[in-house]
Write a protein that binds this ligand. Structure first.
Ligand SMILES: O=C(CO)COP(=O)(O)O
Length: 140
């Protein structure tokens, strides 16, 4: 699966603790992140993550472009609901695209816990099937 991690500053410790706790689940998946979030996760774990720009500099939009290209299966985006962000329009745009394309997105740790357990159980295998049998794609 292709998974993206994004966390606002006051949620980064929570994200690092979460990904560290479930490192065994995330291993073997392809991972993406905004700049600082990915840096923090890679410092704390052995995971390899493709890092985009920092959120305020366009990272949310870069992850949004993956969603629009059907190149992402799930996003864990720990947002700070108590702090205004300078790039709020980018954040709204990313969440909107997730709704347009039906991408599962956790915006708090409670939902993230449920999604990671679903990954572990293989509940997302249907997305792989959808991709495999997409019109115009050779099912190989
Ligand atoms: O601002 C962010 C998401 O909106 C996160 O960006 P960083 O991971 O670079 O801090």
């Amino acid at each position: 699966m292709k998974i993206a991690f994004i966390a606002h500053d006051r949620k980064k410790d929570e994200m690092v603790n979460f990904v560290t706790a479930y490192e065994h689940v995330f291993e073997g998946h392809e991972m993406f992140s905004t700049g600082t979030t990915g840096e923090r996760i890679m410092e704390a774990t052995n995971l390899k993550i493709h890092r985009f720009m920092s959120g305020p500099l366009g990272g949310d939009q870069q992850i949004g472009s993956l969603v629009a290209q059907d190149e992402l299966d799930l996003i864990i985006f720990l947002r700070d609901p108590l702090m205004a962000q300078p790039h709020e329009p980018d954040i709204s745009a990313l969440l909107r695209l997730c709704d347009v394309y039906g991408i599962p997105v956790a915006t708090n740790i409670a939902t993230a816990e449920i999604l990671v357990k679903a990954i572990d159980r293989g509940d997302f295998a249907w997305r792989e099937l959808v991709h495999k049998y997409k019109p115009g794609v050779d099912p190989e």
